[in-house]
Structure formats: structure tokens, C-alpha cells
Design a protein. Structure first.
Length: 353
């Protein structure tokens, strides 16, 4: 099923002046001491295998000695910019443990491990080719989901914080069988809400390895949250189903939980809950969201065929003429958000109009 939904590899869209201006305005656009292409100067790499001796398609890279020192200093400065205040005071206490290169994916990322030598705590962050689709996806995630994103951009390079969690394709194999029926129902509930979040903001290709499950311990239970980690397919595909995780074969185990443990009334209730939360987030970030959409509406971000197909399907689905009038993906996203916000205000009798 997923092969039919994602038919072609998406091209990388450059960061244009309007988008970079937005990023600078909101503290995302910076001048970096190192760019993506600088890391491509590695002289070799060693394949990384998982605990089952399976190739992960990551290479642990190594660099000529004359370049390694320069690169390490630049990576430590990026760490300081991303997580602290950009100062150099903490650099002597940091060590770059590894620079790994991913041999698949649209943006061919580098994964950087930086360790504090005083206490052995470490973090990961990623350096990727800057792709406008991914930047829009990260920013929409920040504004419309319960998750904050931490990233920085220059004209051709994206620095992205690591998102922790259990990979969606690993959880069913290693953890699901130990969950109680109540916990499985909680997982099913958040999968419904995750579907709604992805669909409203048109985040595609949420196959199991493109999101994680985040476990949060409450008083007497564990709360489960599905969280996207890959944003390459933000508002690109033409088939409306591509924006619903439940239609991917890799996610069948989660959809089976929904079908088995949740009534149709509960499913509808959770959809309404998530749409209401999206509407509230959109209202609270309205000015910034409009700035983002203003940039997005000036870009195509997909093919004309995909745009025409998607807006027709969404018009048929929502019966909102704004979808039919849209001329690009930015206008389709705007129509979707406005539809959810307007519907929330019209239905809620306690909203002061």
C-alpha cells in the first residue's frame, strides 16, 4: 500500500529569501561556522551495525588529521549555538565522539554525537542539506502539534536536534506484547490523534520508521505519544491518503489496535479533540503562522499534478470552496488550517464571537 502512496522520490527545494527572512525573524536563521558540504570531505567510513548485526546504512566517518581539528571546533560551536547561548566558554569541556553519515534518505544527513567530558552526558544532532519542505514541516510541527522543534538554518544547511523515542517499527516487535489492554487502548487513542495531526497539516510518508513513540510516566500509568521525526514529505503528495498514517501497511499493527479496542464513537471523539487542540494552537500562534503561510504560498513545493489532485480530493472531502480555489500547496495548507479553526469556532458555543 505504501508503495502506491509514495511513488516518486521528492526533490530538494532550496531555501528562498522570504523563508530565510522568516527564519531570521523567529531566531531560526543564523550564520554557521560549518556547512553541510564541509562534512563531505571525510576520507572514509566504517559501516555501523545494530545489535542484531544488521547494517544500519550509517557510516562512522573519519577525516584527515589536518581537517579533523577544524571540524571538531566548528561542531562544538554549533552545539553551543543550538543548545546554549553561542558562547565559547564551554568548548573545552566538549568532545565530538562521532560523525556518522547516512547513505539513504533525501537529505543524506550527518549525525553528530557531542559529549560533555566532565560527566559523560552526550547529545545527538543532525546536519543536513537544507530543504524548504522539511523546514516548513518542522515549523508547522512546532506551531500546530504538542511538540516543540529545535533547529537552525542557513542558506544551504539545516541543523536539527535529535528527537528521542522508540522507533515506530521497533515498538511492536519489542514492547507491544508487554502492554496491558488499557495501555494498548491508550496507544490506539494517540494513533487516532496522530493521524488527525498529520492530515490537517499535510505531513506525508509517516511510515513506521519515520516517527517514534514517546513514553511519559504519569501517576499510575504510562502515556504514549506518536511523534514525527521525518518531515521531508511535508505537503508534497497528491493523494489525500498519503497524509493518513493509517493507510500505510507498516502501520497496520496500530490501526488494528484502533479497530479492536476503540468504538467508532470514541474514534470520532478523539478526532474532534485533536482538531480542537490544533485550532487553539493556531489561534495562539496566529501572527507567526500567517508569516509562515505567507512564505509558503509563494512556493510550489510540489508538482502541478499533485496540487491539482490534492485540492480536488480535499474539496470533495470537506466541501470547502477554498480548497478548489487554491493554486499551490501553501494555499491548500492555509485552507485546511482555516477550515479547522472556523469549524471549531462555529461549533463551540462558549467561544466569544
Amino acid at each position: 500500500m505504501s508503495e502506491k502512496l509514495i511513488r516518486y522520490k521528492k526533490q530538494v527545494y532550496p531555501i528562498k529569501d522570504d523563508l530565510f527572512g522568516y527564519l531570521k525573524k523567529y531566531g531560526r536563521g543564523i550564520q554557521m561556522p560549518l556547512k553541510y558540504n564541509d562534512l563531505l570531505r571525510f576520507s572514509g567510513g566504517i559501516p555501523i551495525y545494530d545489535i542484531n548485526e544488521k547494517d544500519t546504512l550509517w557510516l562512522n566517518t573519519y577525516y584527515p588529521p589536518e581537517e579533523k581539528q577544524e571540524i571538531d571546533i566548528a561542531l562544538k560551536k554549533i552545539y553551543s549555538i543550538l543548545y546554549v547561548d553561542g558562547g565559547d566558554e564551554l568548548l573545552p569541556y566538549l568532545n565530538v565522539d562521532s560523525i556518522d553519515f547516512c547513505t539513504y534518505g533525501n537529505t543524506k544527513p550527518f549525525r553528530i554525537k557531542v559529549r560533555n567530558i566532565l560527566n559523560d552526558n552526550y547529545v545527538f544532532f543532525y546536519i543536513k542539506q537544507a530543504d524548504a519542505s522539511r523546514v516548513y514541516g518542522l515549523e508547522l510541527e512546532h506551531l500546530l502539534s504538542p511538540n516543540q522543534t529545535n533547529f537552525l538554518v542557513t542558506e544551504d544547511t539545516l541543523i536539527e536536534d535529535h528527537i528521542s523515542g522508540i522507533p515506530g517499527d521497533v515498538f511492536p516487535k519489542d514492547f507491544l506484547s508487554n502492554c496491558s489492554k488499557q495501555e494498548k487502548a491508550a496507544i490506539a487513542k494517540d494513533f487516532v490523534k496522530f493521524n488527525e495531526r498529520c492530515f490537517v497539516r499535510l505531513l506525508g510518508d509517516m511510515r513506521a520508521y519515520n516517527y517514534v513513540l514517546v513514553l511519559m510516566h504519569d501517576f499510575d500509568r504510562i502515556q504514549y505519544r506518536f511523534r514525527a521525526i521525518d518531515f521531508d514529505q511535508q505537503s508534497y503528495e497528491g493523494d489525500m491518503k498519503a497524509y493518513y498514517p493509517k493507510f500505510y501497511e507498516e502501520n497496520k499493527v496500530y490501526q488494528d489496535l484502533v479497530d479492536e479496542l476503540l468504538s467508532s464513537g470514541s474514534v470520532e471523539q478523539y478526532k474532534r479533540e485533536e482538531r480542537a487542540l490544533i485550532a487553539k494552537r493556531a489561534n495562539s500562534e496566529w501572527s507567526r503562522l500567517q508569516d509562515l503561510l505567507s512564505c509558503m504560498k509563494k512556493e510550489e513545493l510540489s508538482s502541478k499534478e499533485n496540487i491539482d489532485q490534492l485540492k480536488k480530493q480535499l474539496f470533495k472531502f470537506a466541501k470547502d470552496i477554498e480548497f478548489k480555489k487554491a493554486v499551490n500547496m501553501g494555499e491548500i495548507i492555509e485552507a485546511a488550517i482555516n477550515f479547522v479553526v472556523r469549524n471549531y469556532k462555529n461549533i463551540n458555543p462558549y467561544i466569544i464571537k
